[in-house]
Design a protein around this ligand. Structure first.
Ligand code: MG
Length: 365
């Protein structure tokens, strides 16, 4: 099975409700879709959103990176040589992790199709059902409480609460949601770099003393502030998770050696796809550190790849934050991964099992 062409398209899906964090507000999924064609008529699918405030990737940069740099290196490559191809993709250029991820996902899709089996089985197997949390966007307290109640009614058992705007109000937000939820859901807090280290310690001590139990605190400080992350990790009881601070496997070694975080949030758009995400999960496993798998504002093409990885590495990826598809107004993808609110399951279709993408606008070649 040899690569004959790489085609790009755009996929747009409005969100049910705007996604708001301390960093940004997003109103729709607007992603580049990658179609890798082969001489055997199999097609591999990948996807990447533009998440400029986090990865630096824009729609234009993703398209240019794939068209001008990655695609010329891959034409003619044999899908059976997976490691060679992922090496070519990763070695093409610095950064541009979202573009690399989109292409790698399509390559892994084809690699599993080549052997006629679902991707998670090629990655080591597992129980093909996982449970995701859902994001509660940062907003007025009443709105956040109402959104939390509605998520619980829809069956979600873990809520990822976005904070990081105003420290005093953030504490009130969390207390109000904690009181309303009454133990019916686990609460995860994501500050998206919005606090200083001292503010984070103050907020967590205030919440801990008020009896608010949180499963974890995610990325309280700026991505580059590893000393600040360590400062918080050392001083609070709640486990601290690194998200924007960790993209690559080498950074995971550094975080572990410095004891700067307790948990790593793996996202394919940060790692540049599955090959490095697998490395991060394996490094974390060596040190007994748990991981979360997360996503950006993505549809069920790239999130499907994350689901396959989470199933295969379930021993170490114990927390799942793959709510991208359930934030969309509709699911444009007919495929092998079924997203049913909090429950995500994988069929036995080969690869990612993607059959059709509704509303895909192919870009001119
Ligand atoms: Mg996060």
């Amino acid at each position: 099975m040899k690569i004959t062409d790489i085609q790009l398209g755009m996929l747009r899906v409005p969100l049910k409700t705007p996604f708001k964090t301390a960093l940004r507000t997003v109103e729709m999924v607007e992603d580049v879709v990658v179609l890798i064609h082969t001489d055997s008529d199999h097609i591999g699918y990948g996807e990447a959103p533009a998440t400029a405030p986090i990865t630096g990737d824009t729609l234009g940069s993703i398209i240019a990176a794939i068209d001008c740099f990655i695609k010329p290196r891959l034409i003619g490559e044999d899908i059976a040589n997976l490691n060679r191809i992922t090496g070519l993709i990763q070695g093409t250029m610095e950064r541009n992790t979202s573009a690399k991820a989109a292409v790698e996902i399509a390559v892994y899709d084809l690699w599993a199709q080549l052997y006629g089996t679902p991707l998670y089985q090629m990655l080591g197997g597992g129980d093909p059902v996982i449970t995701t949390d859902i994001t509660i966007s940062v907003d007025y307290i009443d709105k956040m409480v109402a959104d939390s109640m509605s998520a619980i009614d829809r069956g979600f058992e873990s809520l990822k609460i976005k904070v990081g705007k105003d420290i005093g109000l953030d504490i009130e937000r969390v207390k109000a949601i904690h009181a309303a939820v009454e133990g019916r859901a686990l609460l995860r807090l994501d500050a998206n770099q919005g606090w200083t280290a001292k503010q984070a310690v103050y907020a967590m001590h205030t919440l801990e003393e008020a009896g608010v139990v949180l499963e974890l605190l995610e990325q309280p400080v700026k991505a580059s502030d590893i000393d600040g992350l360590k400062y918080v990790t050392e001083r609070v009881n709640t486990p601290v998770m690194a998200d924007e601070s960790v993209f690559a496997p080498a950074q995971v070694f550094d975080l572990i050696q410095r004891r700067a975080a307790d948990i790593i949030n793996i996202k394919l758009m940060k790692t540049g796809g599955l090959s490095n995400a697998i490395r991060i999960a394996d490094i974390a496993a060596l040190y007994g550190m748990q991981c979360m798998i997360g996503c950006m504002i993505e549809s069920s093409i790239s999130v499907a790849a994350a689901v396959h990885l989470a199933v295969a590495k379930a021993d170490i990826i114990t927390k799942v934050d793959l709510d991208g598809p359930s934030l969309g107004l509709f699911n444009p993808v007919e495929g092998g991964v079924l997203f049913n609110e909090s429950e995500i399951s994988i069929s036995d279709a080969p690869g990612l099992g993607i059959r059709q993408i509704h509303g895909l606008e192919l870009l001119p070649r």
